[in-house]
Design a protein around this ligand. Structure first.
Ligand code: OOG
Length: 230
C-alpha cells in the first residue's frame, strides 16, 4: 500500500501507523488521501489551517503553517456526541471558523472546536508526514454563525475540556485571524469556494479527548460551541 492508502486505512480502522520511510510529496499524498474519501461519497466542506498559534507550534515542535481539508463526514452537530472509539488518540482544540463568501471574502464567523487525531503512532510526526495525514484532521463542530466584524479580531477564548480549563485569544492565531483566509487560499493553491468553512487553527494547546467529557469553547462576542464524548 502507498502512504495515502496506509493513512486512509489507519483512519478507518483507528489503528496508528509508523512514520513513513519512503520519500513523498506531502500535499500530493494528502490529495490522494482526500480523493479516496471523495470516491467513497464524501464531499469537501472547507479547509483547516494548522500551527497558526505559537501555543500549538510549541506543543508539537513544528514551525510552519500547514493546510488540511474538511469533508462532510468530519462535521459533528453543535451539542452533539462523538464516539472516541472511532479515533486513535483524539485531542480537542478551540478555534475560530470563517464562512467563505463571494470572491474569497469572509461572510460570517463562528466559534468552533476541532478534533485532531494523528494517524501516526504516539502522535509524533514531521512537518511533511503531518501534511500527508491531512494535518491530523478528524472532526469539527461549529457554533452558530455570527456577522463578521473586522474590528473584533482579538477576542478572549475560554476552553473547557473535561476538567481542563484554558484561556487564549483569537489574536494569538496568525496575529490577526483574518489573515487565515488569505493564508488558506495561498496554501490551497487556488481560491476558496463560496460556502466553504475555514478553520483558522487552534488558539491554545490541544487537550486529550477521553470518553465522558463535556467540551466547550466560548469566544467573546461570538458565543459558544459544545461537544460531548462517549
Ligand atoms: C496538527 C494539526 C494542528 C492546529 O490547529 O494548529 C492544528 C497536530 O497538532 O496534530 O490543527
Amino acid at each position: 500500500m502507498n502512504l495515502a492508502e496506509r493513512l486512509d486505512e489507519a483512519c478507518r480502522t483507528a489503528r496508528p501507523i509508523a512514520q513513513p520511510t519512503e520519500s513523498f510529496d506531502p500535499y500530493e499524498v494528502q490529495r490522494e488521501l482526500i480523493d479516496l474519501r471523495l470516491k467513497r461519497g464524501e464531499r469537501l466542506t472547507g479547509v483547516k489551517l494548522g500551527f497558526t498559534s505559537e501555543a500549538k507550534r510549541a506543543q508539537m515542535g513544528v514551525h510552519d503553517l500547514i493546510l488540511g481539508r474538511l469533508t462532510d463526514a468530519m462535521a459533528v452537530q453543535e451539542g452533539g456526541t462523538l464516539d472516541t472509539a472511532r479515533f486513535i488518540h483524539p485531542r480537542v482544540e478551540p478555534e475560530v471558523a470563517y464562512l467563505v463568501g463571494v470572491g474569497g471574502t469572509v461572510a460570517a464567523v463562528a466559534p468552533a472546536v476541532e478534533v485532531i487525531d494523528s494517524r501516526y503512532e504516539n502522535f509524533r510526526f514531521s512537518l511533511e508526514s503531518v501534511i500527508a495525514d491531512n494535518t491530523s484532521g478528524a472532526a469539527y463542530v461549529l457554533g452558530p454563525w455570527q456577522p463578521y466584524d473586522p474590528a473584533r479580531w482579538n477576542l478572549g477564548v475560554l476552553f473547557r475540556a473535561g476538567g481542563a480549563v484554558q484561556y487564549g485569544s483569537t489574536g494569538a492565531i496568525l496575529g490577526d485571524p483574518r489573515r487565515a483566509v488569505a493564508e488558506a487560499a495561498r496554501l490551497a493553491g487556488g481560491p476558496l469556494e463560496e460556502g466553504w468553512v475555514v478553520l483558522a487553527g487552534a488558539a491554545t494547546a490541544a487537550e486529550p479527548l477521553r470518553p465522558g467529557m463535556h467540551v466547550t469553547a466560548e469566544i467573546q462576542h461570538l458565543g459558544s460551541v459544545a461537544l460531548r464524548s462517549i
